[in-house]
Design a binder for this molecule. Structure first.
Ligand SMILES: NC(=O)c1ccc[n+]([C@@H]2O[C@H](COP(=O)([O-])OP(=O)(O)OC[C@H]3O[C@@H](n4cnc5c(N)ncnc54)[C@H](O)[C@@H]3O)[C@@H](O)[C@H]2O)c1
Ligand SMILES: [Fe+2]
Length: 403
């Protein structure tokens, strides 16, 4: 009986979420693309008369010379810049608190960040702590950034998470060995720059994994039951951009055009999933990340073909539309044929990127708890096209076991 009621309750809850997403206004950031978007962003900070900026980044961008031109621009405009370059992948509560100390010591009135999702997430929480005098763990959860955040400006250097347009920041709590989200529309940056030139040094395996994360956002947002006309447009464009640029960006990292297209793809996919949500690919992949420390995009890439295979009977038409938008198949191909071509294309991209079909780290004994946690994450929040029972979820995760 339970198995019959669960999908029904899930469906009703999704209708509520969809109605909410359709009317909820989100404070989207001003977005610079153009010739020199990161300099344009600095000029905006000067124009807004910010006096003291905390520049949140990590060692690599400083070492590779990405940071200095922006500092020069800001200082020439009379803005004091304090650099905090200690952010590590998957930022921790402690690491973020160290930056908050520097923010306060330097009376910073705003935060600028340049880096991957880890830097942007850290900067969101630092900016939130600038206004909210409470421990970070009290900011985690929904709508707990009650006093808003200091003005935040973001320049992504990976094309993947879309964190510059999401209402979330993920912090790691090493004490409890957990990853905790802070979720609040007030985390949204004021303005962002999409600057492919800053991504030229990202190594191929990171370009591939982060790019597959962006593709997962686009696809899961598109097949979501919460998809809206506006999220469809963004998800389709993002999918097209990834399909026509990711292989080039991985093989020829210095190709500015491919990098710029990927920056836009990640941004659009981020906007799409912020409204339409993600699905079981993310729900399962998050658990691979938490248990085995598999990079988020790589985990998504491994899981995606299996979840799409399972979802196909309920979303063949949607996957076929994505396939058509990417010029796959022939004019008279059926939806099923096109949907399968689309999934096959993802398998082929994984192969090109040396992303395996199975997860070496996966242990058979872990499968029940992975399925349980993934289902719990998805339950009543992810508008998935085809519901999974515990048994089915275990079966799907089991397909990723190395035989
Ligand atoms: N806020 C959200 O909505 C959201 C969504 C999904 C994931 N996340 C979080 O984002 C983080 C992952 O972000 P990510 O995938 O962008 O990876 P990341 O920020 O952790 O960076 C991955 C690696 O790329 C390197 N790198 C970044 N920019 C570079 C550059 N220009 N040149 C050379 N190397 C560079 C970094 O040093 C790092 O080693 C995780 O903590 C995850 O939990 C956030
Ligand atoms: Fe993701």
């Amino acid at each position: 009986m339970k198995t019959r009621i669960e999908p029904f309750v899930h469906g009703v809850s999704m209708l509520g979420l969809k109605a909410g997403a359709a009317v909820m206004p989100l404070p989207w950031p001003r977005t610079f693309e153009g010739e020199n978007p990161s300099i344009d962003l600095c000029r905006l900070i000067i124009e807004k008369k910010r006096k003291s900026v905390l520049f949140v980044t990590s060692k690599t961008p400083v070492r590779t010379g990405l940071v200095q031109p922006l500092i020069d621009e800001l200082e020439a405009g009379g803005v004091k810049v304090t650099v905090f370059d200690e952010i590590k992948p998957d930022p921790t509560v402690e690491g973020i608190e160290a930056a908050v100390k520097v923010l306060k010591e330097n009376d910073c009135d705003s935060v600028l960040t340049l880096g991957g999702g880890s830097c942007i997430d850290a900067a969101k929480v630092i900016a939130a702590r600038g206004r909210n005098d409470k421990p970070i763990l009290k900011l985690t959860g929904m709508f707990r950034v009650t006093k808003g955040i200091l003005p935040l400006y973001a320049i992504p250097t990976t094309a993947g998470t879309g964190s510059e347009v999401t209402i979330a920041a993920v912090v790691s709590d090493p004490v409890g060995q957990r990853k905790l989200p802070v979720m609040d529309p007030r985390l949204m940056p004021r303005a962002v720059a999409l600057d492919g030139k800053l991504m030229l040094g990202v190594p191929p395996h990171i370009t591939a994994a982060t790019g597959m994360d962006a593709l997962t956002h686009a696809v899961e947002a598109y097949i979501s039951k919460n998809a809206l006309k506006r999220t469809d447009e963004m998800a389709v464009e993002a999918t097209q951009l990834v399909m026509s640029n990711l292989e080039t960006a991985v093989a020829d990292g210095k190709n500015v055009e491919a990098r710029q297209h990927m920056a836009r793809a990640s941004h659009l996919a981020g906007k799409a999933f912020t409204q339409a949500g993600v699905g079981y690919v993310h729900a399962i992949a998050h658990n691979f990340g938490a248990l085995y420390h598999i990079p988020h995009g790589r985990a998504n890439a491994i899981v995606m073909p299996y979840v799409l295979d399972y979802s196909l009977p309920k979303c063949a038409g949607r996957l076929a539309k994505l396939a058509r938008a990417c010029d796959m198949g022939e004019l008279n191909d059926s939806d099923d044929t096109l949907a399968n071509l689309f999934i096959e294309r993802i398998r082929q991209m994984n192969k090109t990127f040396d992303i395996p079909t199975q997860l070496e780290e996966l242990k058979a004994d872990d499968i029940p708890r992975i399925a349980k946690a993934a289902r719990q994450e998805a339950r009543f929040t992810y508008a998935v096209p085809r519901y999974m029972s515990q048994k089915i979820c275990e079966k799907i995760v089991g397909k990723m076991l190395v035989a």
